[in-house]
Design a binder for this molecule. Structure first.
Ligand code: PLP
Ligand code: CA
Length: 302
C-alpha cells in the first residue's frame, strides 16, 4: 500500500495532538455511536480526555433530534453530556434564521422531523410541516390547484422519513413563489444510520429533490459549513487552532474541521474505509487517522 497522505495515529502523534489542543469536537454517528449502538471504548476515551482537562463538544449533522433529545440519547448510552455541549444541524437551522433576523411575522415550512420543529419553536419561530404533514389525499386532476401559505419566508429541509410528493410540492411552491423565501438545508449527507444495522438515504437525498425542482442551491447550515463554529466559539472560550475535529466522514467532518482551522482526525469506525482514504481521487486529507477513538486510550497510556 502507498503511504496515505496523512499520518497514522501513533503514540507520539497522540501525545503531541493532545498537548496541542484544548478541545475535541466529536462527530456522533460513526464515532460515538452507530445508530443506537455505542461504539466500543467511547466511555473510556471520553473519561481519559476529560481527565486530561480537555473540553469535549459533539457536532452531529443528523437533524432528526433537538439538542435536548440528543442529551437524552447520550444519557441512555451511559454518557453524561449537557445540551450546551451538543451542536446539531437542527439547532444550526434555527440559529441561522435568528442570526439573519428572520421576521417574526413570517413562517417556516419544515420538511423534516421533530428535532427541527423543536429547535425552531425554542428560537421563537412559527413553523409547520414536519412528520405529520403530507398525509393529504391529493388527486392530480386537471383543475387541481395547490394552495400554499404566502407568509412562508423560509423552507428548512432535513431528514424526513415521511418525505413525499406533497411535501416536495409545498416546499417547491414556497421557495419559487414567495418573494425572498429562503431555502435552507440542515445537511447534505447522502446516507445515515437510521438503524444500527444499515445505512439509509440521508437528508441530502431530500435536499436534492427539492433543489432539483426549484433549480436553486440551498444554504447548508450543518457540516461542512463553518456556520456552527461561530456558536461553538461564542459558547466556549476556545480557538480553532487548538481544537481537533474527530469524524468518520471526509466531505462533512474532516472538511468542516479544515474549513474552520481545526486539526483533524479521521476514524475508520464509521463510513470511511481505508481504501477510500488512500484512493488517488480522494482530495480530502485529514491530519491523522486511526481505527477508533478507543485507540487514544491505548496510545496515550503507552
Ligand atoms: N443524517 C441522518 C439522518 C443520519 O441518520 C445520520 C447518521 O446516522 C447523519 C445524518 C450523520 O450524523 P453524524 O453527523 O452524527 O455522523
Ligand atoms: Ca459521522
Amino acid at each position: 500500500l502507498p503511504d496515505p497522505p496523512c499520518g497514522l495515529l501513533t503514540a507520539d502523534a497522540a501525545r503531541s495532538l493532545v498537548d496541542s489542543v484544548d478541545a475535541f469536537l466529536f462527530d456522533c454517528d460513526g464515532v460515538i455511536w452507530k445508530g443506537d449502538k455505542l461504539i466500543e471504548g467511547v466511555p473510556e476515551a471520553m473519561e481519559l480526555l476529560r481527565k486530561l482537562g480537555k473540553k469535549l463538544v459533539f457536532v452531529t449533522n443528523n437533524s432528526r433530534k433537538s439538542r435536548r433529545q440528543y442529551s437524552k440519547k447520550f444519557k441512555s448510552l451511559g454518557l453524561e453530556v449537557t445540551e450546551e455541549e451538543i451542536f446539531t444541524s437542527s439547532f444550526a437551522a434555527a440559529m441561522f434564521l435568528k442570526l439573519n433576523h428572520f421576521p417574526p411575522e413570517k413562517k417556516v415550512y419544515v420538511v423534516g422531523e421533530d428535532g427541527i420543529l423543536e429547535e425552531l419553536k425554542l428560537a421563537g419561530f412559527e413553523c409547520f410541516g414536519g412528520p405529520e404533514d403530507g398525509n393529504k389525499n391529493i388527486k392530480l386532476e386537471a383543475d387541481f390547484y395547490f394552495e400554499h401559505d404566502k407568509s412562508v419566508g423560509a423552507v428548512v429541509v432535513g431528514l424526513d422519513q415521511y418525505f413525499n410528493y406533497y411535501k416536495m410540492q409545498y416546499a417547491r411552491i414556497c421557495i419559487s413563489e414567495n418573494p425572498g423565501c429562503l431555502f435552507i438545508a440542515t445537511n447534505r449527507d447522502p446516507t445515515g444510520h437510521m438503524t444500527s444495522a444499515q445505512e439509509w438515504p440521508g437528508a441530502g437525498t431530500m435536499v436534492a429533490a427539492v433543489s432539483c425542482s426549484v433549480q436553486k442551491e440551498p444554504i447548508v447550515v450543518g457540516k461542512p459549513s463553518s456556520f456552527l463554529m461561530d456558536f461553538l466559539l461564542k459558547s466556549f472560550n476556545l480557538e480553532t487552532s487548538r481544537m481537533c475535529m474527530v469524524g468518520d466522514r471526509l466531505d462533512t467532518d474532516i472538511l468542516f474541521g479544515q474549513n474552520t482551522g481545526c486539526k483533524t482526525l479521521l476514524v475508520l469506525s464509521g463510513c470511511t474505509a481505508l481504501p477510500e482514504l488512500l484512493d488517488a481521487s480522494n482530495k480530502i486529507h485529514p491530519d491523522l487517522y486511526t481505527y477508533s477513538v478507543y485507540d487514544l486510550v491505548g496510545l496515550l497510556q503507552k
